[in-house]
Write a protein that binds this ligand. Sequence first.
Ligand code: TUI
Length: 310
Amino acid sequence: MKLDKMLGIRYPFIQGGMANIATGEFAAAVSNAGGLGLIGAGGMRAEMLRENIRKCRSLTDRPFGVNLMLMHPEADQMADIVVEEGVKIVTTGAGNPGKYMAKWKANGIKVMPVVSSVVLAKLMERAGADAVIAEGTESGGHVGEMTTMALVPQVVDAVNIPVIAAGGIADGRGVAAVYALGACGVQMGTRLLSAEECPIHAAYKEAVLKAGDNATVVTGRIGGTPVRIIKNQMSREYILKEKAGAGKEELEKYTLGSLRRAVFEGDTKTGSLMAGQVVGLVHKIQPIAEIFAEMEKEYQIVIRNLSQEN
Ligand code: TUI
């Protein structure tokens, strides 16, 4: 079954958790456009998450969810808040949500963890996940090692729950490609950075529109947490230091507060402009509803053309 039917939404598209970007207002805009909006808890304090859930609910009657970033120091509190606030769908990232699963399932929450390996996908299935989001290293932000092309079919073969593909999908061709690999839907982040409703600073949006195929790089592959961002002064200095063997503390000087500097201040020199490799496919600012409609139409054309070839 495709993801739109599973979740009761118009399109089989869910929005990536995008820390500091995916507010309650933005998630509601995604849901109102026919996708599944998710409030990105990364970058929020626990009580802010509660306010964003209430705000989102006031702005949409459609299904929405919360993305919990598990490296967050307040993740335990946030795991309780989603239950208290009656959230129905939770996605997780950057860790293993195993310790929260029993409580979430007991409260009727659909849980869809992001995984970057087959091992974690199987673990999540055993823990009671309703679906997994297999995210390739093409993604923006915190990434694993495997590509979407290699990861998705291996996860599909390894589990009996639905698999949603993420990483490297920004148009209808990408949707058709991951369906061919066995996915039932897609998660998108980068394409939505250029949405009219996306609340990032104008300079960040401009950098997304200008970026080409080779614009991103992964910082922190050697010692820390691998994070894909648009190349800039910060990434160049970080990688030089990283290659020179700098310690965690020295490297943290670059990353501390850097996502907030990009999102809120539009600091394109020292900020972390998180974006995936498909950033080179993002060319214009559009309403979310138009992005989704365009992707659906492209997908239909791709499958028609494929079925006519012989
Ligand atoms: O989580 C993401 N993407 C993110 S989180 C984020 S906020 C952040 N900012 C600065 C530094 C670090 C994070 C920005 N982008 N995607 C989902 C994802 N999860 N990708 C990879 C994983 C993952 C990695 C390891 C999931 C589980 C895991 O290990 C599980 C274990 O056993 O602990």
